[in-house]
Design a protein around this ligand. Structure first.
Ligand code: ATR
Length: 522
């Protein structure tokens, strides 16, 4: 997380800085010792108006620990801040529910304990950062560890230790200190000030510092050596293994953007699943859902903007094919595209729906040589029939409306039976692609429990509920089951592979979607 300190001399200027910073950073630090006529209440409200996610630190530095001498006018106006006034201000910050207050270790045990008990009284979730700065040097690592211990023993929620680098080698004490804190499972903010300490400001986040500080371009520094937000972000981008926390809308131009095109898309779990996966894959990207009313314009947008890939859902899986430069052979054969890869303006269509279904199915039973009854004749049935056939299995179509069922069966050169005949078909597996059993009709099933007896595996494309009545009945008879969740996650993993060339974190994706669905079910 990156924090921007607000250090303006007047309330009005600070309000402007708050508005800019709250949009750009994860946190802002209100330096109330510098904002002469600062109204804490208004500054906090202004930050929260800009961003519901912004975290706020309130700090009121002692003159002795102010890291840069304030400009003369600021010094004059603020010199009257007494310790009592400072404590009052920090308590006000707690009452206003800020995320953190910062108090120097030098203020002493008594003051820190007073703030802790005030937090408890107020049942506040404000966390206390106990900070220590040395504006002239970096002591030995041993001394830094002792200082850390003192802060920790006082009961700091987060310890902040910021010495001044006199030599480049001083930076090397920071990772040791952070590792020391982490070994005790404690949160620490650590870096070196000064021009020679800049490398530690960049590296601190990689080493595990709870947060780092930066200023907006043209903004005023609150400590020597502070870098601009852009510089910090650029460095972070270069560093391997570091997960960036940035807000959508402020993504740098080299970010990989992904979109979902559909109508409606409001209920889609794809953004949740894909963003979680992108983060875990350490890919600097973001996935957003768009409810599309004009597909032609949406496709122009994908070409024109730096969008690496798109998922396509109902009702565009077939119509989207008219707007693509190239379509993969499986997607052509299936007559549907659910994934687009933007190869520098050239849009290529794929289908991972059938792949997701087949991977989930093959996990339970080898498909080659086996017969599978597919209930339904829509897009999902087509994907199932295609996949089963391609993998050497034999699909059998069963559908309520005979004409539709027959047409699908003819396309894949396989038998068709009406729904009423389902009990008489001999097959190894059953795949439900209809919406029967989907929430809220959770007590319905497309087939009677007795008709399930012959199958080895039963598949349902529905994922809400996680276990449909069909799957519950099948499981009760000892059959293997495959839920719609599994197929959903695997088609998503297939998309990520096409977009990024990397294997997706299947376990995390499954867990993420499952947890969300469980909250919907309760
Ligand atoms: P998708 O593209 O997601 O597969 P679809 O094109 O709407 O969705 O297809 C849904 C399939 O489920 C259809 O074949 C439909 O049967 P009809 O062809 O008779 O319309 C089938 N279906 C939907 N509700 C059903 C129900 N209550 N009983 C039996 N079949 C049903």
């Amino acid at each position: 997380m990156i924090c921007i300190p607000i250090t303006d001399a007047t309330h009005q200027e600070a309000l402007r800085s708050v508005a800019r910073s709250a949009m750009a950073a994860d946190l802002i630090e209100l330096r109330m010792d510098l904002i002469a006529d600062g109204d804490l209440d208004q500054l906090i409200a202004a930050a929260r108006r800009v961003s519901g996610r912004i975290k706020i630190i309130v700090t009121c530095r002692r003159k002795e620990e102010a890291l840069l001498p304030p400009p003369l006018d600021q010094a004059d106006r603020k010199k009257g801040m007494t310790k009592t006034a400072k404590m009052r201000l920090l308590k006000q910050a707690i009452e206003l529910g800020v995320d953190f207050i910062d108090i120097e270790l030098a203020e002493g045990d008594k003051a820190i304990k007073q703030l802790q008990s005030f937090c408890r009284q107020q049942k506040s979730s404000t966390r206390i950062i106990v900070s220590w700065h040395d504006i002239s040097k970096t002591p030995s690592l041993g001394t830094l560890k002792e200082i850390f211990q003192t802060c920790a023993q006082i009961g700091a929620d987060i310890v902040k230790i910021v010495p001044y680098a006199r030599t480049a080698a001083d930076n090397l004490k920071v990772p040791g200190l952070i590792a020391y804190a982490k070994a005790q499972d404690r949160k620490i903010i650590a870096m070196c000030m000064g021009d020679l300490g800049q490398i530690s400001r960049v590296m601190a986040l990689v080493w595990g510092s709870y947060l780092g500080f930066a200023v907006l371009s043209g903004g005023k520094k609150s400590a020597p050596g502070q870098l601009t937000l852009n510089t910090m972000r650029e460095f972070q981008h270069l560093l391997p293994g570091h997960q960036r926390s940035i807000q959508p809308g402020l993504l740098p131009p080299d970010t990989l953007n992904f979109v979902l095109l559909g109508n409606p898309v409001r209920q889609s779990l794809s953004p949740l699943m894909h963003n979680k996966a992108l983060e875990a894959m350490q890919i600097d990207g973001h996935y957003s859902a768009f409810c599309v009313s004009d597909l032609a314009q949406a496709m122009t947008g994908i070409r024109g903007m730096s969008i690496r890939g798109a998922s396509v859902t109902i009702p565009f899986k077939t119509t989207v094919m008219d707007y693509l430069d190239e379509i993969d052979a499986d997607a052509v054969a299936l007559g549907a595209v659910n994934t687009i890869v933007n190869e520098r303006g050239r849009l290529v269509g794929y289908n991972t729906d059938w792949l997701g279904l087949m991977q989930a199915l093959e996990d339970k039973i080898p498909v080659v040589g086996k017969t599978f009854v597919i209930i339904g004749a829509g897009g999902a049935a087509r994907a199932a029939a295609y996949g089963i056939k391609k993998e050497g299995g034999r699909p059998v179509i069963v559908n309520r409306t005979r004409d539709k069922g027959r047409a699908l069966a003819a396309r894949f050169d396989c038998p068709f039976y009406p729904l009423s005949a389902i009990g008489k078909i001999q097959a190894h597996g059953l795949v439900n692609t209809t919406s029967v059993g989907m929430y809220p009709q959770i007590h319905q099933s497309p087939v009677t429990s007795a008709a399930l007896a012959n199958y080895q595996v039963v598949v349902d494309v529905i994922y809400n509920p996680l276990k449909t009545k069909l799957l519950r009945d099948a499981e009760a008879q000892g059959q293997k089951i495959v839920s719609g969740l599994e197929m959903f996650v695997r088609q998503g993993a297939g998309q990520l592979k096409l977009w990024t060339g990397k294997d997706a974190p299947l376990v995390l994706m499954r867990k993420t979607v499952r947890e969300r669905l469980e909250t919907l079910e309760t």
